[in-house]
Design a protein around this ligand. Structure first.
Ligand code: 13P
Length: 251
C-alpha cells in the first residue's frame, strides 16, 4: 500500500526570490517546526542563488532544500551549468528534474532528463522526476500513453525507491488555475503506481506527487486521494502563509 508513505510537500520557487525572500523560508521553517505540516516532509526549492544561505538557515530544522535542475556532469567546462555535486555541497538534499518548463523551454529530452536524474542520485540527492501531458495530448485521449512513455524513457536505471519521487504535473494545469478533477488525478496516479510496481522492485514505495495550480482552497480535494503522496507547488509556495495553508491537509 502506497498510502502509508510519508507525504512530501515540495515548493518550487522557479525563477523567483531574492535574499529578502528568505524571510519566507524562515517562516516556513518555524511553522513546520511547530507542527504546521503534521507528519509531512517539507522541502523548498529556491533558485540556485539562494540555496547556500537557505541551507544555513534551515540547518538542523525539519525543512529540506532542493534545487530545480542540475547538469549531468560532476564538474568541468560547462559554462553556466551547476552540477548535482555542487548542489549537495550547497546544502540541497533534493533536485527536481524534467520539469515541463525545462522540457519545453530548454528542449530537454527524456534521455537528458534520465541522465540528470542519474546525476542527482550519483551525488547523493533525492530526485523529483516530473512528468505530464499537454492539453492537446489530453484532448486527444493520449494522457496516459504520454506519461507512460515519459516514465519509461526518463526513469533512471538504478534508484532506491526512497530516493526517487515522481511528480505528475499536467502541463495545462501549471500556473493556470485550472486543475484536473480528483477522478483524473486518481486515474493517473493509480496508473503510475501500477507501472512503478511492475517495473521496479519496491516501486510501490516511490512517492507520487501531484503538481499544477495547488492552492489552499483546492488542496484537500486534490491531495487526499489514493496514491497521491504529496504535492509539488509552484506559485503558492512563495509565501509561507499560503504554503502552510496547503500543508494543513497533512495535520
Ligand atoms: P503552480 O503551482 O504555480 O501551478 O506550478 C506548479 C509547478 O510547476 C510546480 O513545479
Amino acid at each position: 500500500m502506497s498510502d502509508n508513505l510519508r507525504p512530501l510537500l515540495a515548493g518550487n520557487w522557479k525563477m523567483n526570490g531574492r535574499l529578502a525572500d528568505l524571510a519566507e523560508i524562515d517562516a516556513i521553517r518555524s511553522r513546520v517546526a511547530a507542527g504546521a505540516a503534521g507528519q509531512a516532509q517539507v522541502v523548498v526549492c529556491p533558485p540556485f542563488t539562494l540555496l547556500t544561505e537557505a541551507a544555513r538557515r534551515c540547518g538542523g530544522s525539519p525543512v529540506g532544500l532542493g534545487a530545480q535542475d542540475c547538469s549531468t556532469a560532476p564538474c568541468g567546462a560547462y559554462t553556466g551549468d551547476i552540477s548535482a555535486e555542487m548542489l549537495k555541497d550547497a546544502g540541497a538534499s533534493f533536485v527536481i528534474v524534467g520539469h515541463s518548463e525545462r522540457r519545453a523551454g530548454h528542449g530537454e529530452s527524456d534521455a537528458l532528463v534520465r541522465a540528470k536524474a542519474a546525476a542527482g542520485l550519483r551525488a547523493g540527492l533525492n530526485v523529483i522526476l516530473c512528468l505530464g501531458e499537454t492539453q492537446a495530448q489530453r484532448s486527444a485521449g493520449e494522457a496516459l500513453a504520454t506519461v507512460a512513455a515519459q516514465l519509461e524513457a526518463s526513469l533512471p536505471e538504478e534508484a532506491a525507491p526512497e530516493r526517487l519521487v515522481i511528480a505528475y504535473e499536467p502541463v495545462w494545469a501549471i500556473g493556470t488555475g485550472i486543475t484536473p478533477t480528483p477522478t483524473d488525478i486518481a486515474e493517473m496516479h493509480g496508473f503510475l503506481r501500477r507501472r512503478l510496481a511492475e517495473r521496479r522492485a519496491g516501486g510501490e514505495r516511490i512517492r507520487i506527487l501531484y503538481g499544477g495550480s495547488v492552492k489552499p482552497a483546492n488542496a484537500a480535494d486534490l491531495l487526499n486521494g489514493a496514491d497521491v503522496n504529496g504535492a509539488l507547488v509552484g506559485g503558492a509556495s512563495l509565501k509561507a502563509e499560503e504554503f502552510m495553508a496547503i500543508a494543513a491537509v497533512y495535520r
